[in-house]
Design a protein around this ligand. Structure first.
Ligand SMILES: C[S@@+](CC[C@H](N)C(=O)[O-])C[C@H]1O[C@@H](n2cnc3c(N)ncnc32)[C@H](O)[C@@H]1O
Length: 231
């Protein structure tokens, strides 16, 4: 084989691998997707624990994790709501399969339910959840404001949503990530954009926290109570 054919071959393999990675991060499918879902379970643990420290989950809470990936956040939420119930949704088949494996015992005992669904059309009635979490996923959603409104629909009045990310605009040394995410078909949001999106979707008491040293962000909003006095 001539050197130029060898280089072309290596380049082709490199591009093919990059395309697989790009596609699988956004919507995990089949065996590469299952691999990524497992990988995300361990990689996002620190970020998830920090993010969850910004919302109160009680022993009896009913919680939904949107874009649940491999299901590690669901397992963590279950330890905080041992007398409640935890639901997960993800639009990717491979994520749902791994999340179900990760939480098999809790599913069998009826404490966890995981479904394949999009954030844009949640398969739940209105006013169902005390807390909704979304870790490293909302930058892929088709329409952040509309999708947050859909989350608001399924939250109980007074319920809270927490968006948790390590890829956001304005993060220290985050420029490469912002562009990489664009390649993946996603969009990073700034601190102000998080605040604006939650407010525009009807949430109140909106707060955005950053862990600058790690490059983590959590944006939390509360669904207003209809009986609340006007501000
Ligand atoms: C980077 S992974 C994060 C998974 C998990 N939350 C974690 O922290 O490990 C993003 C997940 O969001 C899911 N996702 C992306 N867009 C979605 C949408 N529109 N509706 C539901 N799930 C979505 C993907 O399928 C993928 O499993």
């Amino acid at each position: 084989m001539t050197p130029s054919v060898w280089i072309a071959l290596k380049l082709g393999v490199g591009i093919a691998v990059a395309l697989v990675v790009i596609r699988q991060c956004r919507k995990p499918t089949s065996w590469p997707g299952r691999f990524f879902a497992h990988l995300m379970n361990s990689r996002h643990r620190g970020l998830t624990l920090w993010g969850l420290s910004h919302v109160t989950v009680t022993r009896q809470s009913t919680v939904l994790d949107v874009g649940c990936g491999g299901g590690a956040t669901i397992a963590e939420l279950l330890t905080r709501a041992p007398e409640g119930k935890v639901y997960g949704i993800d639009f990717a088949e491979a994520s749902v399969a791994v999340a179900r494996e990760t939480n098999a015992t809790a599913i069998a005992s009826g404490r966890v339910d995981i479904q394949q669904a999009s954030v844009s059309n949640l398969p739940f009635p209105a006013d169902r959840f005390d807390v909704v979490t979304a870790v490293e996923t909302h930058y892929y959603w088709p329409d952040l404001r509309a999708d947050l409104r859909e989350i608001g629909r399924v939250l109980k009045p007074g319920g809270r949503v927490a968006l948790v990310v390590e890829c956001y605009r304005g993060k220290r040394f985050g420029t490469v990530e912002v562009w990489a995410l664009r390649l993946l078909g996603g969009r990073c949001f700034s601190v102000d954009e998080h605040r604006e999106a939650l407010t525009a979707a009807g949430f109140v008491d909106v707060a955005v926290a950053e862990e600058r040293a790690k490059g983590w962000l959590t944006a939390v909003g509360t669904k207003g109570r209809s009986d609340a006095p006007p501000a």
